[in-house]
Design a protein around this ligand. Structure first.
Ligand SMILES: [Zn+2]
Length: 110
């Protein structure tokens, strides 16, 4: 039996999808629950129900519209490690990656 109806979003830190709601040790009369990523073991604070724990977990997840920005930052970081690349070429590549990522944002956030 479960009182959880909320789908769990992927882990905001590692992108893992093996998220589990665990019953935690509690000093209170009511059981407490927390969501935990099975891949990086990130755990959120405890809640008084499985569904509340799931909703709490989902507030930490990365919104879909942020993902292109995260990808862009990873690409830009990788360019930073290509030391032999001339600066003007790196700058052009970074500008292109940035423009592309910003174009994917919802219009009200641009
Ligand atoms: Zn994780």
């Amino acid at each position: 039996m479960t009182d959880r109806q909320t789908e769990l979003l992927p882990c905001p830190f590692c992108g893992g999808t093996e998220i589990e709601i665990r019953r935690m040790p509690s000093q209170w009369q009511h059981p407490e629950y927390a969501a935990q990523c099975g891949e990086c073991l990130t755990i959120n604070g405890t809640s008084l129900g499985m569904d509340a724990a799931a909703q709490e977990w989902n507030t930490r997840a990365t919104p879909d519209y942020v993902k292109p920005l995260v990808d862009a930052l990873k690409k830009i970081e990788a360019i930073g490690y290509e030391l032999e690349k001339p600066n003007h070429i790196a700058r052009n590549e970074i500008a292109k990656i940035t423009d592309e990522a910003l174009s994917k944002l919802p219009e009200d956030l641009r």
